[in-house]
Design a protein around this ligand. Structure first.
Ligand code: GN1
Ligand code: MG
Length: 366
């Protein structure tokens, strides 16, 4: 989308300020984001990927309700709702999004100044602060009426159905890539039983369904430039009923990886246990009292399960010919899958150490 088009789309939103600059922004794999700088204020303009979110109107209904709920909670606690939650800017006729016939579905949020997201944890204390912020986020949503939320992507963290999707993709082999990924495929097949662990616990009623974020990678939190606190949780498209194990696990998947999510040098990829400890401490400090025994018991497994799930999704997309995640180079999804599987293997090897860390903070905070 060129700047002129972006400007024309932005002009449909109720912003009375002169646009000075508009440019692509951020590193998400799904939506397209632009930073809009006006004379006196800043905004993010986002195109919602409607191949992934096939009901963008429902996504926006969820987000509007969630952000209003959060803003009320933040105000009541004496916080600043203009910085501590995303705020939706409505269109000039009061809509929560703008639909352009050619370019698709757009929304605008106020931009949180003086804070940024990081592609990698730079200081362990930031990761501890992120854990506290994700925990607080979940606490603030604990009385949100879950049944009123649309399920924006059905079975999003259903690891068993993600496993079955991988099998289907391997069978149909649409892009003719299967022969070159047999080792990666086998890695997933060998872990079939693991895929059902969280799901079974939910079905058995041992792990409660809560309103969760479901995409808690470290670049979906803004860290305040001055205080280093996790000031605002972003990327709210997948806030839906889920398990805290998904959020905790996905944070570990991305944040504890000493390498990059798509690292081509697998020697770089391993789980940094210091970061694991920081996150676990922060999370249990805030949420410990709310959790069931089974949730805590499964915490040492959550990172590897969600990392396995994400690796299977990348491998599925590679087999399907890269139709879901944005790629920046050939075999990008394969590189991502390989890095995730390397991380899974490392997390498996360190599971006892993780359990000891979870138990240490369980004693203190639960
Ligand atoms: C996508 O949009 P982004 O980049 O924050 C994906 C997540 C994956 C993540 C992997 C809606 O998140 O589920 O874990 O990529 N979001 C969706 O980096 O599929
Ligand atoms: Mg994101």
């Amino acid at each position: 989308m060129n700047t002129e088009k972006a400007l024309a789309i932005f002009s449909n939103f109720a912003v009375e300020d002169e646009v000075v600059d508009i440019r692509p922004f951020g590193g998400g794999h799904i939506n397209d984001t632009y930073l809009v700088t006006c004379a006196n204020s800043k905004y993010t303009l986002q195109r919602i990927n409607d191949a992934v979110f096939t009901r963008p109107v429902q996504v926006m209904e969820n987000i509007l309700r969630i952000t209003r709920h959060l803003a009320a909670k933040i105000s009541a606690a004496g916080g600043d709702p203009t910085r501590e939650t995303l705020n939706v800017i409505l269109t000039r006729d009061g809509g929560n999004h703008y639909h352009d016939e050619d370019a698709g579905y757009f929304r605008v949020f106020t931009f949180v100044d003086g804070a940024r997201s990081y592609p990698k944890v730079e200081q362990p204390v930031h990761f501890y602060n992120a854990a506290r912020a994700f925990g607080k986020f979940q606490n603030m949503l604990s009385d949100f009426p879950a049944a009123e939320l649309h399920e924006t992507i059905p079975n999003f963290h259903n690891t068993v159905s993600r496993y079955n999707d991988l099998l289907k993709a391997a069978e149909s082999d649409t892009a003719g890539r299967r022969a070159s990924v047999e080792a990666e495929l086998q890695f997933a097949l060998d872990r079939k039983d693991k895929c059902a662990l969280i799901l079974n616990a939910i079905e058995a009623g041992e792990v409660p369904v809560r309103v969760t974020h479901n995409d808690t990678k470290y670049d979906n939190i803004l860290i305040d430039d001055e205080s280093g606190e996790g000031i605002c949780i972003i990327d709210l498209d997948t806030v839906m009923p889920g398990s805290m194990l998904y959020d905790y696990g996905d944070s570990l998947r991305f944040g504890t990886n000493a390498g990059a999510e798509d690292d081509q040098n697998l020697d770089n990829v391993y789980c940094d246990l210091e970061l694991f400890e920081q996150f676990t401490k922060g999370y249990l400090e805030v949420l410990g009292k709310e959790l069931t025994d089974r949730e805590i018991e499964l915490m040492p497994m959550a990172g590897q399960i969600i990392t396995l799930e994400c690796g299977m999704r990348f491998l599925t997309d590679h087999l399907n010919g890269d139709t879901y995640f944005r790629i920046h180079r050939p075999d990008h999804n394969l590189d991502r899958a390989r890095a995730q599987f390397k991380l899974v293997a490392d997390m498996e090897a360190r599971c006892d150490e993780m359990m000891a860390i979870v138990n240490k903070y369980k004693e203190i905070y639960c």
